[in-house]
Write a protein that binds this ligand. Structure first.
Ligand SMILES: NC(=O)C1=CN([C@@H]2O[C@H](COP(=O)(O)OP(=O)(O)OC[C@H]3O[C@@H](n4cnc5c(N)ncnc54)[C@H](OP(=O)(O)O)[C@@H]3O)[C@@H](O)[C@H]2O)C=CC1
Ligand SMILES: O=C1OC[C@@H](O)[C@H](O)[C@H]1O
Length: 340
C-alpha cells in the first residue's frame, strides 16, 4: 500500500484524487493547503482522513509520497519542503521554472535517497506506450518527423507570468516531451517563435527541433520535430509521427489518448482504441480519469524501491527543461526566477 498526500487543493488536485476510484492498492491519506479551512473542505469532499497546512502534510507520518499540485512557480519550494521532510515526490508538470531549479530538486532527491518524478501523465497512458513500442518495432519505417501541438483558449491564472503562466509550461511541455522520447538525444538545433501577451507571458509558441543522425556513409540525416502550444486558440491537439513507410496519429487529445490511427502505405488504416477507466466523477480537465495510470505507476515504482520512474526519468525532465530554457531565451519569455 502506497499512501499519497496531496499538496494544493486546486483543479488538478481534485481530478487526481477523483481518479483514485480506479487505483488499486494505494490511497490518498492526507491533503495540505495554504489555508487549513480549504484543506478541511477538500478532505470532507473527498473523504480524506487527514488535512492541514503544507508543513503539517509533509510531516504527516502516514504519508509516503507527496503529490505537488500547485502552480509552476511553487513547484521547486514545495518539492524541497516534501523531500526535506523525507517524503517521496510526484511533482506536476512543468517540473520547474528553469533547469537550475530542476537540478536542485533532482539532486536533493538523490542525496536523500527518495523517489522523484515529474507528473508527466502522458507517458503513463497505455496507448502512448503502445505507440512508442510500434515505432521501435519499425511499423512505420524510419521516423523522419513529428508534428505535435496542444492548446486551448485560456485566460486568468493560467496566463499569470509570476506563476510561470503561459502556454509553453502548461501545454508546450507535452509536445516537447514527445519529441524527447521519440528522438532520444538532445536536439542539435532549436528554433522558436512566440507571441507574448501584454504581461510578458506567452500566448502561443512554435518550436522546431532538429536531431542530427549519422548515416552509415558518415553524412548527416536531419530528423525534425515541429511543435506548438497555444493559449489563444483551439489549436488541434494531436500528434503525428511520420515515418518512411507511414504515420501514427495520436488523436486529440494526444496527451491522454484513447485512440490512435496507424496508416501504412498500401494498407487500410488500423485504428486502435483503449477505453479510459470507468469513473463517474466530475473532472475539471478532459480524460482525467486516466490520472489513475500515473498513480498506479508511481506506486509500483515506490513499492519496487525505485528512486526514479522508468517512464518519466529525471534525465528526460532535465532534457526538456533545457529545451524550454532555450526556447524562452529565443522568444524573450522571462521569469523572475531566472535571475536568482
Ligand atoms: N496533468 C494534467 O492534466 C494537468 C496538470 N496541471 C498542472 O497542475 C498544476 C496546478 O494547476 P491547476 O490545478 O490547474 O491550478 P489551480 O490554480 O486550479 O490550483 C493550484 C492550487 O495550488 C495552490 N497554490 C499554492 N500557491 C498558489 C498561488 N500562489 N496561487 C494560486 N494557487 C496556489 C492552491 O491550493 P491551496 O490554496 O489549497 O494551497 C491552488 O488551489 C500546474 O503545474 C499545472 O501545469 C494542470 C492541469 C492539468
Ligand atoms: O496539463 C494538461 O494536460 C491536459 C490538458 O487537458 C490540460 O488542459 C493541460 O493543462
Amino acid at each position: 500500500m502506497v499512501r499519497f498526500g496531496v499538496l494544493g487543493t486546486g483543479r488538478i488536485a481534485h481530478d487526481f484524487v477523483s481518479s483514485f476510484k480506479n487505483v488499486n492498492g494505494s490511497e490518498i491519506v492526507s491533503v495540505g493547503s495554504r489555508n487549513k479551512a480549504d484543506a478541511q473542505k477538500f478532505a470532507e469532499e473527498h473523504n480524506i482522513p487527514n488535512y492541514g497546512t503544507y508543513d503539517e502534510l509533509v510531516s504527516d507520518k502516514h504519508v509516503d509520497v507527496v503529490y505537488i499540485a500547485t502552480p509552476h512557480s511553487t513547484h521547486c519550494a514545495n518539492t524541497l519542503l516534501a523531500l526535506n521532510a523525507n517524503k517521496h515526490v510526484l511533482c506536476e508538470k512543468t517540473f520547474a521554472m528553469n533547469t537550475k531549479q530542476a537540478k536542485e530538486m533532482v539532486e536533493t532527491a538523490k542525496n536523500k535517497n527518495l523517489f522523484i518524478m515529474e507528473a508527466n501523465w502522458m507517458l503513463c497512458f497505455p496507448l502512448i506506450q503502445k505507440t512508442l513500442q510500434m515505432v521501435k518495432e519499425g511499423v512505420i519505417g524510419d521516423v523522419q518527423m513529428l508534428h505535435a501541438s496542444l492548446g486551448f483558449n485560456s485566460e486568468g491564472r493560467e496566463l499569470d507570468l509570476k506563476m510561470g503562466g503561459g502556454s509553453l509550461l502548461a501545454c508546450g511541455i507535452y509536445p516537447i516531451t514527445f519529441a524527447t522520447v521519440l528522438f532520444g538525444a538532445a536536439p542539435s538545433e532549436i528554433q522558436a517563435s512566440g507571441s507574448l501577451a501584454h504581461n510578458g507571458a506567452d500566448e502561443q509558441v512554435s518550436i522546431t527541433l532538429t536531431y542530427n543522425e549519422c548515416r552509415h556513409d558518415g553524412s548527416i540525416k536531419k530528423k525534425i520535430a515541429i511543435l506548438s502550444s497555444s493559449f489563444c486558440s483551439w489549436i488541434p491537439s494531436d500528434a503525428v509521427i511520420i515515418g518512411s513507410k507511414g504515420t501514427i496519429r495520436i488523436n486529440d487529445l494526444f496527451v491522454c489518448p484513447n485512440k490512435i490511427t496507424i496508416s501504412v502505405m498500401g494498407r487500410p488504416d488500423n485504428v486502435i482504441e483503449e477505453p479510459f477507466p470507468v469513473n463517474d466523477s466530475k473532472f475539471n480537465f478532459p480524460n482525467s480519469q486516466g490520472l489513475s495510470y500515473e498513480a498506479d505507476h508511481v506506486a509500483k515504482c515506490i513499492q519496487g524501491g525505485l528512486k526514479e520512474s522508468y517512464l518519466v526519468p529525471t534525465e528526460l525532465t532535465l532534457r526538456n527543461m533545457n529545451i524550454i530554457d532555450r526556447v524562452r531565451e529565443i522568444i524573450g519569455l522571462k521569469f523572475d526566477e531566472d535571475s536568482c
